[in-house]
Design a binder for this molecule. Structure first.
Ligand code: FEO
Length: 400
């Protein structure tokens, strides 16, 4: 049975949800599922904007057939050819052999690399600033390199202000019938997954997102149709502001994220003491994460959210605890910057984790590491309460 929603009078969402996939890109857990959005415009010509992942291919084809209602499919615009959106291109071409594919030059190279065979007579290459009319609607094509792959572009309907934004403004989470941002409580139920999606998928490419936001500021956007998650038809400023902060690597909140690596609970105990003291001294926006029990995508997402991070780690094989090291490496790979760190280290002998974590952070961009630190020799003692107070004061001062 088809399952579609109307976006405007002549534009339909014809995508679907995947509730079965455990790991997006085979790495990021998606307990709330994910949607793959595809849109069909019924103008003088019929225009499909992106396809979907194989996993929901059957639903998508049924949706497409239903909305076309016997009309031919004239054009297929591919804004982003990563296979979670482009997997159905060949199948669509087999079913609608007269369709022409519109995309960037690089996207056609990638299609070839992925083994999608499209006859050159069926392709139409567009570049930054090109426009094409499909009847009433005129579409402007805007390059969006590295948001999230180099070939990406976005398409803007100059007639009604609809932006087909590709991966930008997307989110993890299945839609479950609620297509529009005003049909959900986004700030309560979606923002954490939206942040986790952005920071882990596109987070590395902040300057490219900034470039796209600058281009977007020059056009009158009324509706944003991303490839994942809700369609935005009001309150766009809320989400644009989040994207602006994330892509400038600016924290959303003044707060302290304590990430601890603890083998027998002693480092965790010291981290808890530190948390209590922060709250006692008035900083109650404090969160604690066990690096061994928290998925790295969640750690990254929270790191983008908070201004301050405390790393509390045991020494392991004379180095940083491996899962803490992974977290640091992922942070570096995603270009996280502009954060203030404090260090709490532990080592029953040859304590090295603090020095190594400091070195790691000092080799990253715009990271501040507070001079004060606490060193445990197996466990925290009452004699170290003064040192902990000094560290807490230093964290709080750094937030003023
Ligand atoms: Fe949802 Fe970059 O693909």
């Amino acid at each position: 049975m088809y399952n579609v929603r109307k976006v405007t009078e002549d534009l339909y969402w014809i995508g679907g949800d995947d509730h079965r996939l455990h790991l997006f890109e085979n790495i990021h857990p998606i307990p709330r599922g994910v949607s793959y959005n595809s849109y069909l415009l019924l103008d003088k010509k019929t225009v499909l904007f992106d396809t979907v992942d194989w996993s929901i291919g059957r639903q998508f084809l049924e949706n497409l057939e239903h909305v076309l209602d016997g009309r031919p499919l004239d054009y297929m615009v591919i804004n982003h050819m990563e296979p979670d959106h482009a997997a159905m291109i060949e199948e669509v071409m087999l079913r609608y052999p007269k369709v022409k594919v519109i995309s960037s030059e690089k996207a056609f190279y990638f299609m070839n690399q992925f083994g999608f065979h499209i006859d050159s007579s069926k392709t139409e290459i567009v570049k930054e600033g090109d426009k094409k009319s499909f009847g009433k609607h005129e579409i402007l094509f805007v390059a969006a390199p590295m948001v999230h792959w180099p070939e990406a572009m976005v398409s803007f309907d100059t007639t009604n202000g609809v932006l087909f934004s590709a991966d930008a403004f997307g989110s993890f989470g299945a839609l479950d019938g609620k297509l529009f941002n005003d049909e959900v409580n986004f700030d309560r139920d979606w923002i954490d997954d939206a942040r986790r999606y952005y920071t882990n998928i596109v987070g590395k490419y902040g300057p490219h997102v900034q470039a796209l936001l600058k281009k977007a500021a020059g056009i009158d956007i009324k509706i944003v149709c991303p490839l994942h998650g809700p369609v935005w038809r009001n309150n766009l400023g809320y989400f644009i502001d989040k994207y602006d902060k994330w892509s400038r690597y600016e924290p959303e909140e003044k707060g302290v994220m304590i990430v601890y690596a603890s083998m027998y609970g002693n480092t965790e105990n010291a981290a808890s003491v530190l948390a209590s003291k922060l709250v006692e001294k008035g900083m109650n926006n404090v969160v604690m994460y066990d690096v061994s029990k928290t998925h790295i995508s969640q750690l990254i997402s929270e790191t983008f959210k908070y201004s301050n991070v405390v790393l509390a780690s045991v020494t392991y094989n004379l180095g940083i605890y491996p899962l803490m090291h992974n977290y640091l490496m992922d942070m570096k790979a995603l270009n996280v910057q502009n954060r203030t760190f404090a260090i709490l280290e532990n080592g029953s002998w040859a304590c090295e984790s603090g020095r190594l974590m400091r070195e790691f952070l000092e080799n990253m961009r715009n990271m501040t590491v507070l001079d004060e630190k606490v060193t445990l020799t197996s466990s925290m003692t009452a004699e170290q309460i003064g040192e902990m107070d000094t560290l807490v004061d230093s964290i709080i001062n750094s937030m003023k």
